[in-house]
Write a protein that binds this ligand. Structure first.
Ligand SMILES: *Cc1c(COP(=O)(O)O)cnc(C)c1O
Length: 365
């Protein structure tokens, strides 16, 4: 470490993590879920928020955690987590199954061959098993005949404990809704009274009757909306991550001057602009065009020109008091990540997950 530096990095960009907001959003999910239990989805490093910090903040309210990455699940167990852990993509090869047993992880099987491999092993413990059914998403899942075969095989397995049936909705946030997939799911499960896990955030909010026994909220926990036409605020959700930086330079521009790479923004009149220490190498979307909302000292303004790797420019013409060192909010409190995402032609999920490693995450005070 360079003499004089504190443990915080010198560069002003930082992500502030608000554990109270996370717990609030979990309570909102709980409210929608009624008596269903909740898998808190923490894949992709808890949607960019930091896995261990997120799990720690939810540990005393969560029923279980769901993720994709085996290494991450092992880290949670090594840290002493006792909650059920659901592995949403199951295992990628049978060689992982002993680790599933050792770390007591719940696999999701979506291909019959995985069930065969599981049944061929005599694991030292019985594991709960999820069977994922394809009801129209057409990515992963068993069809009706495969489900029947899987249940037959598992009935004779010494490694299987409880069995839960699961599916994933393709358009819970859209026009098609979930009824068509529910009908297929019900037809496939007919006569089998096994527990069910169905809803992601969008379905949990919009079709709470379609939760099943275990809902799987992800994005809503982080305070971002799963819907294009309903804001997180409308849904009573609070942003968990606030991405902040500072102005590191301020300058006046004469009419006709340009801003940034490609000179794609041209001042039509004299302007005052600020330079923010934050760019696409921090996870800010390069596709955010001129006019993307951004806050300087809590006041809303707009970005100007192209976002570069480490810097971006903002309009200070209407903010005469703004100066070097002022706090800039790229997204979070006061400016939803969903608004920034929309300006960049994407969704909040992508921006949150893409937060770069070089951005320190610190706890809100
Ligand atoms: C990611 C994921 C979820 C969570 O989805 P959100 O839209 O973030 O709520 C639920 N189920 C499965 C299978 C997933 O992969």
């Amino acid at each position: 470490m360079i003499a004089g530096m504190t443990s915080a990095t010198a560069r002003p960009i930082r992500a502030i993590f608000d554990s109270a907001a996370l717990r609030h959003n979990h309570a909102v999910a709980r409210h929608h879920a009624g008596s269903a239990r909740l898998w808190s989805v923490v894949k992709a490093n808890a949607y960019g928020h930091g896995l261990e910090r997120t799990v720690a903040a939810l540990a005393d309210v969560a029923d279980g955690f769901a993720l994709i990455e085996l290494e991450a699940a092992m880290v949670l167990r090594e840290a002493g987590l006792r909650h059920p852990i659901l592995m949403l993509e199951g295992c990628y090869s049978a060689e992982e199954l002993p680790s599933f047993a050792e770390y007591h992880l719940t696999p999701v099987f979506h291909r019959l061959a995985q069930v065969d491999e599981f049944c061929a092993l005599a694991l030292p413990v019985r594991l709960p098993v999820y069977l994922k059914l394809n009801t129209g998403m057409n990515r992963l899942g068993l069809d009706a005949a495969e489900l029947a075969a899987a249940l037959d095989k598992l009935a004779y397995s010494s490694s299987a404990d409880s069995i839960t049936l699961m599916t994933h909705f393709a358009d819970a946030d859209g026009e098609r809704g979930v009824a068509w997939q529910m009908a297929r799911f019900d037809a496939m499960c007919a006569g089998r009274s096994l527990p069910r896990s169905l809803a992601n955030s969008a379905a949990l909010i919009r079709f709470p009757e379609a939760c099943g026994d275990w809902a799987r909220p992800g994005i809503m926990l982080y305070g971002s909306t799963p819907f294009a036409d309903r804001s997180a605020e409308d849904l009573g959700l609070r942003p968990v991550m606030t991405l902040e930086s500072e102005l590191i330079a301020v300058r006046d521009l004469a009419a006709g001057e340009h801003v940034g790479y490609g000179c794609i923004f041209t001042a039509e009149r004299p302007m005052r602009i600020g330079v923010v220490a934050g760019g696409y190498a921090d996870g800010y979307p390069r596709h955010a065009s001129t006019g993307t909302p951004i806050l300087v000292d809590g006041q809303r303004t707009r970005t100007l020109g192209r976002v570069s790797m480490d810097k971006m420019c903002v309009d200070l013409t209407e903010l005469p008091d703004a100066g070097v060192g002022d706090t800039v909010t790229l997204w979070g409190n006061g400016l939803s990540v969903d608004e920034v995402a929309a300006a960049a032609g994407t969704i909040g999920y992508e921006l949150l997950c893409a937060l770069a490693d070089r951005v320190p995450i610190i706890e809100a005070e």
